[in-house]
Design a protein around this ligand. Structure first.
Ligand SMILES: *Cc1c(COP(=O)(O)O)cnc(C)c1O
Length: 382
């Protein structure tokens, strides 16, 4: 293996507890494990989160839900004790058999989707469109149509949810407008005498955002006799988006700790003389004698090419025996050079931290013009 990831189940469980404490006892935390648990490995993470007390897990699609259910079963989480699994990003008619077989709870927002579930007796969560403009049904006639369809085919309303488009903006008017629209939908559900068990909204940023308060959600859930819930992903893995325009500090950082460590080994160490160039297009010229270590990873493994350096522009770095080693020249498809001139005793076989303590997913994301989420999902260890 040219590179591998190590997952700290202890930190994952610790982060879950930090988030649970931040939202308070009146609100449940749905742990999002979609996209292979943000690149951390859904099978390991879902079990660790279940052990930490997660009652709900969120996946993108039915096949992920099946994989998570089998992992939970194998770990002994069966029947009533097992976490529930929410399929958040839609499904197709051919997924219905897996939804039934693995006891998954789909998010629905159209009468057509409800029709596909006819005869299964499945419980569903209905997503309300309040401003995300992605999935969800608008309050009013459209929501009535979905709820009517559920009544006709005997599909139970287990939950109601919405998703905020600007949760990381403090005091966002968009979020406030979304809250008002969600209240309209919940009032509609109440008028019909329906009693969902969960009402959920918000993500890691909602918990981290000092301007957002969970009492709103708790009160709203109470109006239909439901539990409040937030859906958290990135914070469980130890990262947070910056909160825009907040006066107070965020609530979660730095209490949450990165869960993933991505490692490789030095495959060669070479001495370079002054004036020699390194890598494609010779973008880096040694200004004096240097000792460089060769790493067997590159952009095909998810090490972003934007971390490359030139003499004029420093790039990213890796950690070798707890010291920074700067990336030298261009990152190639499968190889990367790093400067170990100032680190004594580096030899072939030395472990190298590509991402983890000392070099975070945010450090990778910044020069790449992206967010920690994409970096974590993009790690292809192996
Ligand atoms: C991914 C996702 C989340 C989790 O978002 P984080 O920012 O990672 O906490 C919550 N809700 C929905 C619907 C999602 O798709």
């Amino acid at each position: 293996m040219n590179s591998w990831i190590e997952i700290s189940e202890e930190r994952l469980a610790g982060n879950f507890r930090v988030v649970a404490a931040a939202v308070g006892a009146q609100t449940d935390v749905l742990a999002v494990v979609k996209a292979d648990a943000y690149g951390h490995g859904a099978e390991v993470c879902c079990v660790a989160l279940a052990r930490a007390g997660a009652k709900w897990l969120g996946v993108a699609c039915a096949s992920e839900g099946a994989q998570v259910r089998l992992a939970l079963n194998a770990a002994g989480f069966v029947a009533e004790d097992a976490p529930k699994i929410l399929v958040m990003c839609g499904f197709m008619p051919e997924d219905v058999s897996a939804i039934v077989k693995y006891g998954l709870t789909p998010v629905v927002w159209t009468a057509e989707q409800v029709g596909w579930l006819a005869g299964t007796g499945a419980g569903v969560h209905v997503e309300v469109e309040t401003g995300m403009g992605r999935q969800g049904v608008r309050p009013g006639a459209a929501l009535d149509e979905v709820l009517d369809a559920m009544g006709e085919v005997g599909i139970g309303l287990d939950g109601m949810l919405t998703h905020f488009c600007a949760a990381e903006v403090a005091c966002s008017e968009r979020t406030q407008a979304q809250e008002r629209r969600f209240e309209v939908a919940i009032a509609q559900v109440r008028e019909r005498g329906l009693t969902p068990k969960w009402v959920h909204a918000g993500s890691s940023s909602s918990v981290d955002n000092p301007a957002q308060s969970s009492p709103w959600l708790v009160e709203l859930a109470k109006t239909v006799g439901a539990r409040a819930m937030v859906r958290c992903g990135i914070a469980l893995y130890g990262y947070c988006l910056p909160i825009e325009g907040a006066n107070d500090g965020p609530k979660l950082r730095p209490a949450v700790k990165p869960v993933m460590t991505w490692k490789t080994r030095v495959v060669d160490v070479r001495e370079v003389l002054a004036g020699e160039t390194v890598g494609y297009n010779a973008t880096y010229t040694a200004q004096g004698p240097m000792r460089l270590a060769l790493l067997p990873v590159g952009y095909s493994d998810g090490l972003r090419r934007e971390l490359s350096s030139t003499n004029a522009k420093p790039g990213g770095w890796v950690m070798i025996v707890d010291k920074r080693a700067a990336i030298v020249g261009r990152i190639s498809m499968n190889l990367t050079m790093v400067d170990v001139s100032a680190i004594d005793g580096v030899h072939v076989g030395n472990e190298v931290v590509l991402l983890g303590d000392g070099v975070t997913a945010d450090d990778h994301a910044r020069p790449a013009g992206t967010i920690s989420y994409e970096i974590l999902c993009g790690v292809r260890a192996g």
